[in-house]
Write a protein that binds this ligand. Structure first.
Ligand SMILES: CCCCC/C=C/C(=O)SCCNC(=O)CCNC(=O)[C@H](O)C(C)(C)COP(=O)(O)OP(=O)(O)OC[C@H]1O[C@@H](n2cnc3c(N)ncnc32)[C@H](O)[C@@H]1OP(=O)(O)O
Ligand SMILES: NC(=O)C1=CN([C@@H]2O[C@H](COP(=O)(O)OP(=O)(O)OC[C@H]3O[C@@H](n4cnc5c(N)ncnc54)[C@H](OP(=O)(O)O)[C@@H]3O)[C@@H](O)[C@H]2O)C=CC1
Length: 294
């Protein structure tokens, strides 16, 4: 099958002569980003733990006329990360664009997350993102400038049943602001994209029950539907590009307005387990009909 070139809204040679590193670039949103950047002229290095998806993405990009290769990495391992970034700079002579897309988590009530489960998710989504960002700055961007975009999540109002990733992604959004200030004078812009529910191939890593929950999100999203991998990619590509030359430290929501509704992912059960505090003797008591009915 011939792979058609990615149908980007951006102009063809936007990233000509630039080198991009996309973590988690073998699947889902990362794969779409890798395709789009390559279609816009960048040489793209995709990196993750499993080689097969990386090889497939590289083959697809090459067949579509782009330039790509891959590196195997576990971003939770500092040595791996250093080796990955060194390999990119050695092979391609530069590193202009970094997309911290690798990430993931499992749904669980907080009280059932084991200490190691919590550490694993924070290690991946926060520490791994920091390690890659730091390595890219030290190896290239600190001297030559560059643009970094991290993919976070809709953690704006907390992330019930995903508290580990919510905490880690919020920390990345905060780190994004800190680094934007620290590295502005070095010509490095640092931004993030916060996808809501995206119908990516990554969704199939979850069990059927969670996928049903995700599918039900459509009714809570002003756009009336979940998002696509391309919609997440377009936002990342915009922030990487010169069109965003005056934007740094920003986390851009790509969620069809879903985060504005403040609706929890799961309904709040009717209960009376949080008694009111009343210190004021003249206060009105909440009438029975205003209290949750079982
Ligand atoms: C409304 C919808 C919103 C959706 C928003 C987000 C969508 C997405 O992000 S799309 C998909 C992105 N992809 C993924 O999330 C990938 C799938 N997840 C994983 O691979 C794992 O969750 C991982 C991130 C934890 C990485 O796993 P791995 O390195 O293989 O870690 P281990 O299997 O060794 O486990 C370490 C530790 O974590 C505990 N654990 C793992 N999975 C679960 C689980 N499903 N439930 C409970 N605990 C889990 C595991 O038991 C280990 O802890 P200990 O047993 O205490 O050692
Ligand atoms: N789809 C959605 O609705 C949303 C997705 N996101 C985030 O967007 C990003 C892309 O997700 P999506 O495409 O949907 O899902 P995927 O599961 O397809 O993407 C996750 C990618 O991260 C890579 N990865 C995971 N752990 C590591 C690791 N330790 N080191 C290196 N690479 C790793 C995986 O490759 P490998 O396993 O081979 O290492 C995979 O390619 C993730 O950060 C995700 O959490 C955020 C909000 C919503």
């Amino acid at each position: 099958m011939t792979i058609p070139e990615y149908d980007s809204v951006f102009r063809k040679k936007l990233f000509a002569d630039q080198v991009a590193l996309v973590t988690g670039g073998g699947t889902g949103i990362g794969r779409a980003i890798a395709h789009e950047l390559a279609a816009l002229g960048a040489t793209v290095v995709v990196a993750a733990r499993r080689e097969e998806p990386l090889l497939e993405t590289v083959a697809e990009i090459t067949e579509a006329g782009g330039s790509a290769d891959h590196v195997i990495v576990n971003i939770r391992e500092a040595d791996d990360v250093e080796a990955m970034v060194s390999a990119v700079v050695e092979r391609h002579g530069r590193l202009d664009l970094l997309v911290n897309n690798a990430g993931g988590q499992f749904p669980s009530p907080a009280e059932h997350i084991s200490p190691n489960g919590w550490r694993t998710v924070v290690d991946l989504n926060l520490n791994g993102t920091f390690l890659v960002t730091r390595a890219a700055f030290n190896a290239w961007m600190g001297e030559h400038g560059g643009s970094i975009v991290s993919v976070v999540a809709d953690m704006w109002n907390g992330f019930p049943y995903m508290s580990h990733t919510g905490a880690a992604r919020a920390a990345v959004a905060n780190m994004t602001m800190s680094l934007a200030v620290e590295w502005g004078s070095r010509g490095v812009r640092v931004n993030a994209v916060a996808p809501g529910t995206i119908y990516s191939s990554g969704m199939s890593t979850y069990d059927e029950e969670f996928q049903r929950t995700a599918a039900q999100q459509s009714s809570r999203i002003p756009a009336g539907r979940v998002g696509t991998e391309s919609e997440a990619s377009a936002a990342v590509v915009f922030l990487l590009s010169r069109a965003a030359a005056f934007i740094t430290g920003e986390t851009l929501r790509v969620d069809g307005g879903g985060s504005l509704l403040k609706a929890p992912m799961v309904p709040v059960e009717a209960h009376r387990n949080m008694p009111t505090y009343e210190g004021f003797h003249l206060a009105r008591e909440i009438p029975e009909e205003w209290l949750p009915q079982a």
